[in-house]
Ligand binder design. Structure first.
Ligand SMILES: Cc1cc2nc3c(=O)[nH]c(=O)nc-3n(C[C@H](O)[C@H](O)[C@H](O)COP(=O)(O)OP(=O)(O)OC[C@H]3O[C@@H](n4cnc5c(N)ncnc54)[C@H](O)[C@@H]3O)c2cc1C
Length: 605
């Protein structure tokens, strides 16, 4: 049974990344640890008691399609209603439209709990939030007032309609057409893989659709953004006639069965009426502005599912009795002789099982710290009163987003797989729930831009374009901050030294990569994912070392929270000695691994 890791979240927010710094931003002046605690406490209760109980049944039953629409699994309508009544959809919305405008960093912490307890459910509010942000940023005042209040309250949900059969990673190939019709447009085309494109949770669904206005230039510069409601919205805000947009089918897929993944048909008859958002031909640009938030939100899904996998595996390992774990009998002149305990014991006693669990726990902690740190940068980048501080934070946030998305989701898949390994054969059997976690998390490295696309973004747009300046600034800051970690706690000093070594190697790899980017971009692209992973591991290592410093400090000051702080130190110690050393190999790959990809196709026979 999933338990929300509220204490860990508080530790990261309050002690590690210092989210109290937000009080310097007028927009977030009311933010405090106390308000964050209250929100997290309520979110934990909702996740544990409302979302978790329908996660497994939703997977088994799945969303169901028929010609009149999509029926959600048992319990989802009630859960969604309670979600709205508790005010959760409005958490991130602007105050003008009924939103609570909480900072992204707190929103991210809360979303982890939705994503762990029920990933399929979480996607609906996430997509709605994406649509809300697009409307807030780019729609005209009349459009905002017509749509936002209902969406912010969760009475209507939103979708993102980008993908078409021939246009996945490459949105330049979008073919959906928009034909002027008075002040609006008629939309014609097919979209695929549309999350929550149809469902029975709300009376209306607002589709954000990428399409080409007739005569628009080819490629990315001819794509516009439209809002196409399932029921047309009259000027008084009341739903009007049914629009010409229909769900032709839903996909049968590996996981997230309760999330309907829809084939959407626009304009099979008179044409779907749509409202243009912002200016013509700037749709993709608008979408890119939205990407940071969406990619952060999918990134957290990776470690949120990793947390779920960890909790499942740890619970199993405590109760499954198998074999006699070895114990150190005595240490003579530095050499240990090994024996075994007298009777079979829970598998959590086996060193290799402990290794797997620690890999899961410590990697989740590193990912969580990384994602919340990135989220804080976005808040400061948006709201800090000082221009220079704002610009620096925004540049850092931009740099970190593809790392969060790529690293945290790839880690999530790995951890869910380890979770099955801890269960042994029973992990492969649906009963334990470990298999569902792996099936559910598997999509996170694919949607909202695959890991390959994230790494292109990282080295092309975020790293190459500024000549490596944002990354260099981060490397220097990490070096300084690590050198400043003083103290005599052995676990902390080891973690600090390991992190410093990793940061130095990241600096060296970045310089090598920058040279490749200048001379031979294909050589750089050939190692872009290993570089992304190296960034994630290293920044995670930096934050983990800082976490160890905080924990050691509190212990030295006589904190009574010894169990939690000791666990934190042990987790950091493991990360520094068994996870972070992957950076050594990745440095070699980034510096020397390109040729093997670029100069030969001989292996791909
Ligand atoms: C369950 C689910 C839900 C989804 N929800 C939505 C949604 O709500 N709205 C929506 O619009 N879409 C949605 N999608 C679509 C999703 O965003 C795309 O599947 C994804 O962007 C990848 O596109 P593709 O499937 O066409 O793969 P492709 O683009 O064909 O990619 C195939 C492989 O080629 C690699 N590749 C492609 N181009 C490059 C490149 N330039 N450089 C390096 N590698 C490259 C990819 O990394 C990948 O490994 C969803 C998909 C699924 C399965």
């Amino acid at each position: 049974m999933y338990r929300a890791p509220v204490k860990d979240l508080r530790f990261v927010l309050d002690e590690l990344i210092g989210s109290q710094a937000l009080q310097a931003c007028p927009e977030f002046a009311d933010y405090s640890s106390e308000t964050a605690d209250a929100v997290l406490g309520e979110a934990a209760r909702f996740a544990e008691t409302i979302l978790e109980p329908i996660c497994k049944s939703g997977d088994r039953e799945g969303a169901r399609w028929n010609a009149t629409g999509v029926t959600m699994p048992e319990g989802y309508r009630g859960a969604y209603q309670q979600f709205c009544e508790s005010g959760w959809p409005s958490l991130r919305g602007e105050a003008e439209f009924g939103g609570q405008n909480v900072p992204t960093v707190l929103g991210t912490a809360v979303e982890e709990l939705w994503a762990s307890s029920n990933l399929a459910f979480k996607l609906c509010p996430m997509l709605t939030q994406g649509a809300i942000e697009a409307i807030q940023r780019f729609a005209n005042p009349a459009q905002k007032h017509l749509f936002l209040p209902k969406m912010v309250r969760g009475e209507w949900t939103g979708t993102m309609n980008l993908t078409e059969p021939q246009a996945g990673s490459d949105l330049a190939q979008v073919r959906t057409r928009a034909v002027p019709a008075g002040p609006n447009y008629r939309i014609y085309g097919q979209k695929i893989f549309i999350t929550y494109g149809e469902h029975d949770l709300t009376e209306n669904i607002v589709h954000m659709v990428l399409a080409r206005i007739e005569g628009a230039p080819p490629g990315v510069r001819g794509i516009s953004l439209f809002m196409v409601p399932k029921f047309w919205v009259n000027a008084d805000g009341k739903p009007g006639p049914r629009n010409d947009v229909n769900c032709a089918s839903i996909e049968h897929k590996l996981g997230i069965h309760a999330s309907p993944t829809c084939v959407m048909m626009f304009g099979e008859n008179e044409g779907a009426l749509g409202l243009l958002i912002g200016e013509p031909n700037r749709g993709l640009e608008y979408m890119f502005v939205m990407m940071n938030a969406a990619r952060l939100s999918v990134g957290l899904e990776g470690y949120a599912q990793g947390e779920r996998a960890y909790q499942q595996a740890a619970e199993w390992a405590r109760s499954r009795v198998q074999g006699k774990p070895p114990v150190s009998l005595k240490k003579v002149a530095g050499s240990a002789s090994l024996g075994t305990s007298s009777s079979p014991a829970p598998i959590i006693g086996h060193p290799d099982v402990k290794r797997m669990l620690l890999t899961m726990k410590s990697t989740v902690e590193a990912c969580r710290a990384l994602a919340l740190y990135a989220a804080l940068q976005l808040d400061i980048g948006k709201a800090h009163p000082d221009d220079a501080v704002r610009a620096a934070a925004q540049a850092r946030g931009d740099l970190l987003i593809p790392i969060v998305k790529g690293f945290c989701t790839e880690s999530g898949v790995e951890l869910a797989s380890i979770g099955i390994q801890v269960h042994g054969g029973m992990g492969y059997i649906e009963e334990t729930g470990a298999a569902q976690t792996l099936r559910d998390v598997r999509i996170t490295t694919i949607y909202e831009g695959t890991t390959g696309i994230q790494s292109n973004d990282l080295i092309g747009r975020k790293f190459g374009r500024d000549g490596g300046a944002a990354l260099r600034a981060l490397v220097e800051e990490m070096q300084q901050s690590l050198r400043a970690l003083q103290g005599d706690n052995l676990q902390m000093t080891r973690a600090r030294d390991a992190a410093l070594d990793a940061v130095d190697r990241l600096g060296i790899a970045a310089t090598a990569l920058l040279q490749k980017l200048g001379n031979a971009p294909d050589q750089a692209m050939a190692v872009s994912v290993p570089f992304l992973k190296m960034c994630g591991l290293t920044i995670g290592g930096w934050l983990m070392a800082r976490a160890a410093h905080v924990a050691a400090d509190k212990l030295a000051q006589g904190s009574t929270d010894r169990e939690f702080l000791d666990a934190k130190l042990a987790s950091v110690h493991f990360y520094a000695t068994q996870v972070l050393p992957q950076v050594l190999a990745l440095e070699q790959v980034v510096r020397h691994g390109s040729d093997a990809v670029v100069t030969t196709d001989a292996a791909l026979i």
